[in-house]
Each structure stands twice: as structure tokens, then as C-alpha cells.
Design a protein around this ligand. Structure first.
Ligand SMILES: NC(=O)C1=CN([C@@H]2O[C@H](COP(=O)(O)OP(=O)(O)OC[C@H]3O[C@@H](n4cnc5c(N)ncnc54)[C@H](OP(=O)(O)O)[C@@H]3O)[C@@H](O)[C@H]2O)C=CC1
Ligand SMILES: O=CCCC(=O)O
Length: 378
């Protein structure tokens, strides 16, 4: 039975025969390209920062010197880029896809972008005789590694049918949603709901904690009830340990909230919950948490202090009189260098306002300096 299944998938892959191009070796692109390689596809990769292709090369991928070079070599090219400007750049800029796309070649953009960006790309590719499919995905780093994504495709049905063997490797289920734009819209609706849920979850964890309840017990209770879901289950334990290793970077979640709200504007849909969630993600970005996992928005709820003062500066030269009029998420600050004057036993007094001060003690983690402290009325 297993052998039969194996034969079937080899047959499907052989149907494609042609090499697959892959643009964008970020968290998702790298995992997806690796998965294609593991499943017998020949893959040529490209990334703006070339060094990120090294690991793929070690696993048998070829490396193209530009998006155009990849398209020239491959019949089908997939893109997994950060945002609309990046998705447009690999198509329209010098060395971009348009220089080599032609009839019998297809471009599949799996990035999360808005319908307008996707339509612009589609029109340009089709004008050159090529085929286009948008195919954003639900699921994060782990599902990408395991080939368990949910693929939301729209555009040219013919291209969809031809690329299905690759989608079967990348995902557990593909939807074909009709005309270009529908995949982008579906993805934005899903991520809008996800971002709003993450905010409610964060608020709940803080409320439990401040009410004298154990956040860990809250996780156990949630997991047994009607609102149990994989996201709470997966993110909750690391959130209560202040650990936010990025699977889905917060800056991308905020981009998706922004694009979803724009879709709401376009359709006159009132979205007060999503708008509030977007504000929290923006606040987290401005506090320097954009490259952490989107669950780091929890930090914003833990500390309702508003801040922008250069806390890094404060940390580099802590002194008893250090004054910090505005302070955000003071216990989790990204530092470029470990500040020399600090030791694990240091306590750094920081005055927040005339009436309040913080006394912080540092613990140095991987790339982050974590500080914990309590407010005290002077
Ligand atoms: N991470 C996740 O869980 C998920 C992410 N997504 C979506 O997938 C896309 C990729 O996400 P992810 O892999 O996490 O993001 P990363 O930030 O890890 O990677 C972004 C990629 O885009 C490239 N890039 C950025 N700007 C440009 C540009 N101007 N020109 C060319 N390339 C550029 C980066 O290149 P460089 O290395 O040079 O910076 C990198 O390859 C995003 O749209 C995201 O919203 C969808 C589902 C899940
Ligand atoms: O766009 C990112 C989605 C992340 C997820 O579905 O877990």
C-alpha cells in the first residue's frame, strides 16, 4: 500500500518534470523550498540576500543570480516575499520576472499581499504571455516544514492544475477560489481573525495573572473548552515564558491587519475589533518587537506604560538617576551589543514619572536582554 502511494506521488512529480524556481528564502520560503527538494523536485532558488541560499544549495538546490535568471531556467517559479513592495520588486525591477516570463511559463506568488498588488502582477505577467496564480498560505513555519500548509489559490485554472503536484507536497489542502484577488482576500480575512484572537488571548492571559490566577492553568482550562484551538495551544506556553522566537514575524501580522482593514474600508465593513488589534501590533512594532513572533504583542498588554525613550541608551549607561519619561515593554529590549556595565545582579532604577519608578534586573537571553521589574510609587 505504502509502495503504491510512493509510486503515485513519483508519477505526479514526473508530470511536472520541469525544475521549479523559488524566490524568497525567508522563514517560509526556505522551509517550502526544502520540502520540495526533499520530495524529489529539482529546485532553483534566489534570495535578495544571497547567503540565505547556502543551506538550500547544500541540500541540492541550484542558485539563480536574479529572479529573471530563475524564470529563464524554470517553467514554473514560486515567490514567497515579505510584503507588497517586495512582491512587486521581484516582478517589475531590473532583473525581475518580467524580463524572462513568456508563454508556457508560470509565476505563482504565495506571499501574503492585497488583491490590488496581486492583480498588478497578474496583468503584467499575462501581458507578457505568461500564466499567473496567487496562492497565499495558512500555516506557519512548522506546517511549511511538514508540508501541512493550507493553500488559497486563485487565477489561471490551467496553471493551478499543472502546479498541483507541488501544492500536494507543500500543503495538506489546496483551494481554488476563482479570479485573482480572491486568494489574497481570503488570506487577509483569515489573518485578520487570527490577529484579533491573539490580542484577546493576550488580554486574557494578563487579566488572569493580574487577578491572581495562574496563566498556565488558564491555558489548561481553555484547551478543554469550546474555544480550544491550535494557536492557543502552541503559542500559550512560550508566551507565558516571554519567549517569542519568530515563526510568523509580528511585522508581517501587522501588515496583514493593515491590508485587511483596507479591505474593510473598501467594502464599508466596520471592523472595530481588528482596528484595536492593529493598534496593539503597531505599538509592538514601534517598541522594536517587529522581528519577534507575532505572539510578542502580549508584551504590550503586560505593560501599559507608553514609551519611546531610547531604553537601549539607558541600558548602556545605567545610573541611579536615569530618567525615562516614556517606556514600553521595558523587560524585553533587543540589544545590538550586550551592555558592558550590566551583570545579572545589577538592578537598574528608572524613573518613569514623578510618582513611579521601576527597578529592573536583567537576565541575558539569546539575542535579547530581558529585564524584569516592578513599578513602585516613590
Ligand atoms: N512566517 C509565517 O508564519 C507565514 C508568513 N506568511 C507570509 O509569507 C511571506 C513571507 O513570510 P516569511 O518567510 O515569514 O518572511 P521573512 O521576513 O522571513 O522573509 C521575507 C522574504 O522576503 C524577502 N524580501 C523582503 N523585501 C524584499 C525586496 N524588496 N526584494 C526582494 N526580496 C525581499 C526577504 O529577503 P532578504 O532575506 O534579503 O531580506 C526574504 O526572503 C509574507 O508575505 C508573510 O506574510 C504566510 C504564512 C505564514
Ligand atoms: O500568515 C501567517 C499565518 C500563520 C498561521 O497560519 O499560523
Amino acid at each position: 500500500m505504502q509502495l503504491e502511494l510512493l509510486r503515485e506521488s513519483v508519477k505526479k512529480i514526473k508530470k511536472i518534470m520541469e525544475e521549479i524556481g523559488f524566490l524568497g528564502m525567508g522563514i517560509m520560503g526556505k522551509a517550502m523550498a526544502m520540502n520540495l527538494l526533499r520530495n524529489g523536485f529539482k529546485v532553483t532558488v534566489w534570495n535578495r540576500t544571497l547567503s540565505k541560499c547556502d543551506e538550500l544549495k547544500e541540500h541540492g538546490a541550484s542558485v539563480g543570480e536574479s529572479p529573471a535568471a530563475v524564470v529563464k531556467k524554470c517553467k514554473y517559479t514560486i515567490g514567497m516575499l515579505s510584503d507588497p513592495p517586495a512582491a512587486l520588486s521581484v516582478v517589475f525591477d531590473k532583473g525581475g520576472i518580467l524580463e524572462e516570463i513568456s508563454s508556457r511559463k508560470g509565476y505563482i506568488d504565495m506571499s501574503t499581499v492585497d488583491a490590488e498588488t496581486s492583480s498588478k502582477i497578474s496583468e503584467a505577467v499575462i501581458a507578457k504571455g505568461g500564466s499567473f496564480l496567487e496562492a497565499p498560505v495558512s500555516g506557519s513555519k512548522k506546517p511549511a516544514e511538514d508540508g501541512q500548509l493550507v493553500i488559497l489559490a486563485a487565477g489561471e485554472k490551467g496553471l493551478y492544475e499543472k502546479i498541483v503536484p507541488a501544492f500536494d507536497v507543500l500543503g495538506k489542502k489546496s483551494f481554488f477560489l476563482g479570479e485573482v484577488g480572491n486568494g489574497a482576500k481570503m488570506k487577509l480575512v483569515v489573518n485578520m481573525i487570527m490577529g484579533s484572537m491573539m490580542n484577546a488571548f493576550s488580554e486574557g492571559l494578563v487579566l488572569a495573572d493580574k487577578s491572581g490566577l495562574s496563566p498556565k492553568t488558564l491555558l489548561d482550562v481553555l484547551d478543554l473548552g469550546a474555544i480550544a484551538n491550535p494557536m492557543f495551544k502552541m503559542k500559550g506556553p512560550s508566551m507565558i515564558q516571554n519567549s517569542y522566537s519568530p515563526a510568523f514575524p509580528l511585522k508581517h501580522q501587522q501588515k496583514d491587519m493593515r491590508l485587511a482593514l483596507a479591505l474593510g474600508d473598501e467594502n464599508a465593513v466596520s471592523m472595530p475589533v481588528a482596528a484595536a488589534a492593529n493598534e496593539a501590533f503597531k505599538k509592538a512594532r514601534s517598541a522594536g518587537l517587529g522581528d519577534l513572533d507575532f505572539s510578542a504583542v502580549y508584551e504590550i498588554f503586560k505593560f501599559s506604560l507608553t514609551t519611546t525613550t531610547n531604553v537601549k541608551q539607558v541600558l548602556r549607561s545605567p545610573s541611579p538617576a536615569t530618567t525615562c519619561s516614556k517606556l514600553t515593554a521595558p523587560h524585553l529590549l533587543q540589544t545590538t551589543t550586550k551592555p558592558p556595565p550590566l551583570s545579572l545582579n545589577s538592578r537598574i532604577p528608572i524613573t518613569i514619572s514623578d510618582n513611579h519608578s521601576l527597578s529592573l534586573s536583567p537576565a541575558i537571553g539569546d539575542d535579547y536582554l530581558r529585564l524584569s521589574g516592578e513599578t513602585a510609587t516613590q
